[in-house]
Design a protein around this ligand. Structure first.
Ligand SMILES: [Fe+2]
Length: 238
C-alpha cells in the first residue's frame, strides 16, 4: 500500500538511543520501509526522560546518533527531522527552553504521560505551563493508552481546546482491544483524532507498518478520514 505524502511523526528509528532501533542497519531498513509506503518526511522521536538525563546530554546523544545515521542514508530517502517523545515530568521545567525537542521548527512537542495518568488538574496545569514557559504546544502521544482519555471525551475536548493535538498509533485502529477501537473510530469521526504515527520501535514486534490501520479506517470511516489525517501531518511538518 502506498499512502501519498505520508509523514511519520512518531517513531523510534534513531539508532542506539532508546528502546527503539539499536543499530544503523535497522534504522535504515525502517526508513526504507516507510519510504516504500509513501513517506517523504520522518520526524524522529526518541524517548526523552527528563527525570533521568539532562537535556544537554540527551541532545548530544541524539544528534550524534542522527549524524551517524545521516552519513549512511541513501540519496532519495525521506527527509529526517530531529525531535523527541518527551515524558512530562517536573524536571522538564528546569530547562531554559525546549526548542530542540520541538517538531520540525514548529511550536509542537510530542508529549507522553505515565499510563496511569488521570489527566486531572495537575496534568492540565503542566501542559498549560509548557506553553507559558516554552511556547510549546503538545501533540498528545498515543491517546488510546490512557484510560482517562478513552473514558471521558470531555477531558479530551478540554485538551483540544487548550491547543493539544491528539495522536493515535496507526496499528491501534486494527489491533487494539475492541472497546478501544470502537472509541477510536468514534473519536476519529468526530474530529478528536488529529494525527497518526507508527510509534515503530523495530522491524518485528513494533514495525513501521501503516497498511492494517489505514485499511481499518477506510472500512469504518471512509478514505476521506485518512486524507484528513495525512493532510494534518503535512500541515504540521511543512
Ligand atoms: Fe513512542
Amino acid at each position: 500500500m502506498i499512502i501519498d505524502n505520508l509523514v511519520e511523526i512518531h517513531c523510534h528509528i534513531t539508532p542506539g538511543i532508546d528502546d527503539g532501533s539499536q543499530d544503523i542497519e535497522t534504522s535504515l531498513k525502517m526508513i526504507e520501509r516507510l519510504k516504500e509506503q509513501g513517506a517523504k518526511k520522518i520526524v524522529l522521536t526518541p524517548h526523552y526522560y527528563s527525570d533521568t538525563i539532562s537535556l544537554d546530554d540527551f541532545l548530544r546523544r541524539r544528534d550524534t546518533a542522527i549524524n551517524a545515521l545521516l552519513k549512511e542514508l541513501p540519496s532519495g530517502s525521506p527527509t529526517l527531522y530531529p525531535a523527541a517523545e518527551v515524558f512530562i515530568s517536573p524536571y522538564l521545567f528546569n530547562n531554559d527552553n525546549i526548542d530542540d525537542l520541538k517538531i520540525a521548527g514548529t511550536e509542537y512537542v510530542l508529549i507522553e504521560h505515565p499510563f496511569s495518568s488521570p489527566f486531572g488538574e495537575g496534568e492540565f496545569d503542566r501542559l498549560m505551563n509548557l506553553y507559558c514557559d516554552f511556547g510549546a504546544r503538545p501533540v498528545l502521544a498515543h491517546i488510546e493508552r490512557y484510560r482517562a482519555l478513552m473514558e471521558d471525551k470531555y477531558k479530551l475536548d478540554d485538551l483540544i481546546e487548550m491547543g493539544c493535538l491528539p495522536q493515535v498509533n496507526i496499528s491501534s485502529f486494527a489491533d487494539a482491544p475492541r472497546g478501544i477501537r470502537k472509541k477510536l473510530f468514534k473519536y476519529l469521526e468526530t474530529g478528536r483524532v488529529m494525527l497518526v504515527g507508527s510509534d515503530a520501535h523495530n522491524l518485528t514486534t513494533r514495525p513501521p507498518e501503516y497498511e492494517d490501520g489505514i485499511n481499518a479506517i477506510i472500512k469504518k470511516c471512509g478514505k476521506e478520514a485518512v486524507d484528513v489525517l495525512i493532510q494534518n501531518a503535512n500541515t504540521l511538518v511543512k
